[in-house]
Design a protein around this ligand. Structure first.
Ligand code: LLP
Length: 403
């Protein structure tokens, strides 16, 4: 049991809280699912990029899936070995490609023919051979929210199978490219197995047809996407997920790379916010809190549901209310029509499942400093990011202010 009252008192609100032991359990569950097979779990750093969180995964033996050179630097700083780091993303800059090659990470996930050309050119200038994997787009509908669906041709990610084949041949014939893997990621918050299986089958066939022309890959990178329960969704069991993938790889000797983000961190995280006021506009009840869309944008952006817990109060006489923040946007809400007891100034609300894509998608909109972040491990809490103050927010502008 987390003592939210004590944490609010100690660190203030709004506050992000991460249970590292929950993250460990999730990591072990997934690792176990692939037992007996060569596998690498590369934590998708974007889900929660706090250095202490990444460092926790490093200690568990995790790799890191990164989508900017900033994330690669974070992963290295947090202790992830370079040979367990992947660099993905649809638009990498030259300087990012150069640094990734210099850092000698496991491989770069290439997302277009043009990008392959850049990687080759840069590697050539550096007299190096860049290890690459190609992100293919298997054109499978992942059956998830359109904003987090990525495996259809209408999405910007990856390349179609024919293009991929051409790219592998180019890479094979280049002395500056070493094609070591194949990558796909069809979407996030996946709750059905069939699309993963279908995609995996298509990509495994590609691996076989490449082997037939003497291009032998080592890594089969299935991306991330494993969904979690926010409300009452049915989710996929790690074991079934692993079996679905492994079932498509018969006769192939590959290391399976998996890039989980949400699965590892979402339900380990809580967003703690304090009630400022209650108000009623006509018939409509609002609970105004000190957290806002700049702290947790998922409800505003995806209409995402986060379970709300009222701290230390009997949940009686509940009526529906919108939980809204101080930001000047009608879209600034954390929950809609949520049944809540009468609340007063100082009451605490906890939004659950906030450990993935919470703090990381935050902003300073309305000159609001971002929340502090705290972790709990073995029953002990510790600060892992200070609350931003006004000085932090103006630090990069102040010197330009004319007298
Ligand atoms: N690998 C790749 C290439 C990805 O694009 C992603 C997520 C992951 C791995 C990790 O996916 P996960 O295991 O977390 O589902 N902001 C959205 C989610 C965006 C996901 C983007 N890509 C949200 O809050 O739901």
């Amino acid at each position: 049991m987390i003592d939210f009252q004590a944490l609010a008192k100690k660190y203030g609100t709004p506050l992000y809280i991460y249970d590292l032991d929950h993250m460990t359990r999730q990591f072990e569950k997934l690792k176990e699912a692939f037992r007996g097979r060569k596998s690498l779990l590369a934590y998708a750093v974007k889900a929660n990029s706090n250095l202490s969180v990444i460092s926790h995964f490093a200690k568990l033996g995790s790799g890191a899936d990164c989508v900017s050179i900033g994330e690669v630097r974070r992963a290295l700083l947090a202790g992830i070995p370079k040979y367990k780091i992947l660099f993905s993303g649809v638009g990498k800059r030259d300087d990012e490609i150069k640094e990734a090659i210099e850092s000698d990470i496991l491989y770069i996930n290439v997302e277009s023919e043009a990008e392959l050309g850049r990687v080759e050119m840069i590697a050539k200038e550096m007299s190096k051979e860049a290890r690459i994997s190609i992100r293919v787009n298997p054109n499978v509908d992942p059956k998830t929210h359109p904003y987090i669906s990525t495996g259809l041709h209408e999405n910007k990610f990856g390349v179609d199978m024919d293009t991929a084949k051409r790219m592998y041949i180019t890479a094979k014939n280049s002395s500056n490219l070493d094609p070591v893997g194949i990558h796909f990621h069809i979407g996030s918050q996946l709750t059905e197995l069939e699309p993963i299986k279908e995609a995996s089958e298509i990509v495994a066939d590609m691996v076989r047809s490449l082997a037939a022309i003497d291009i032998d890959l080592k890594f089969f990178d299935v991306g991330g996407g494993l969904g979690v329960r926010y409300n009452d969704e049915t989710t996929i069991e790690p074991y079934d997920y692993a079996q679905a993938i492994l079932g498509t790889l018969k006769g192939l000797d590959l290391t399976i790379v998996c890039e989980p983000g949400r699965f590892l961190t979402a339900n380990a995280g809580y967003f703690l916010t304090k009630v400022l006021y209650e108000k009623v506009n006509g018939e409509k009840r609002f609970v105004v809190v000190d957290g806002a869309m700049n702290d947790l944008i998922r409800p505003s952006l995806y209409n995402a549901f986060h379970k709300v817990e009222v701290v230390g109060k009997k949940e009686e006489n509940k009526t529906p209310a919108d939980i809204v923040g101080p930001v000047c946007e009608s879209g600034d809400f954390l929950a809609k029509e949520y049944p809540l007891p009468p609340l007063e100034h100082g009451d605490l609300l906890v939004l659950h499942s906030a450990g993935a894509y919470g703090f990381g998608m935050g902003s300073n909109y309305n000159t609001r400093g971002r929340s502090a972040e705290v972790v709990i491990e073995n029953g002990k809490d510790r600060l892992v990011r200070k609350r931003e103050n006004f000085e932090d927010l103006i630090a990069l502008e102040k010197e330009f202010l004319e007298a």
